[in-house]
Design a binder for this molecule. Sequence first.
Ligand SMILES: [Zn+2]
Length: 292
Amino acid sequence: MGPHHPECPDRLAAIQDRLIASGLDAYLQHHDAPAADIDMLARAHSPEYLRQIFDAVPGSGIVHLDPDTAMCPNSLRAALRAAGAGVHATDLVMSGAAVNAFCAVRPPGHHAEYARAMGFCFFNNVVVAARHALEKHGLERVAIIDFDVHHGNGTENIVAHDNRILMVSIFQHPFYPYSGAEPLADNLCNVPLPAGTRGEGFREAVTTKWLPRLDAFAPQMLFISAGFDAHYEDDMASLGLVEADYAWVSTELMKIAKKHGKGRIVSMLEGGYALSALGRSAVEHIRALAEL
Ligand SMILES: [Zn+2]
């Protein structure tokens, strides 16, 4: 993304460092992410848009697709692997080779719309994974859960009216990208939270808004847009979650997954820009998924 950009390679190192320091690392399977192919991406994006992204890769230097979203010569490779990670994770979970999976990927995906790159995102990783579960593995109902501090406008744009998918989300509002207060369709459960909301308000929203919808929908698999930028220490936004809140919501989602979906969860990294808080929060999320 260029120097001094918050969506930086250090984010993945921060997670990896904390995983090692916590001792959790030794208990996890690790898999390299393969690149997604065009057919996988076309489950979430228009053919014309995919052509534009492939054509936009610069030979050198940086090109901007929007004021926040830049490409260098290697960005496409990273974006393809970020999307491919979710597909591979879905295959591992569906085959029983893994109970659940966390994909430590960048660039993130939830702002990428059907035909638009935006907000550091090129391909909507979580939708590519969810649609793979539906179309390749024959599932009939999956849920997307988005606890990134920003509204997942791209995910909403792509999955609105796809009644095989229930999307539940929380996000600071009003705040970038200034959408989501009125959901686009009935298969979306959007919970805007005012700036300053802390763990108590977040947990109440999850308990009263998300969990009843998820339970009624009975998803056969859960896909999480795991952004950690609602953390108290993250200057990108103004919510006040802490590690214990991420552990709590992860455990609640595990209960839904076990009840309806054989425990199947694929979680994908979205935002999270305060490096220490990102590492600590992601590790608590992974600890809950691993039940360690
Ligand atoms: Zn975010």
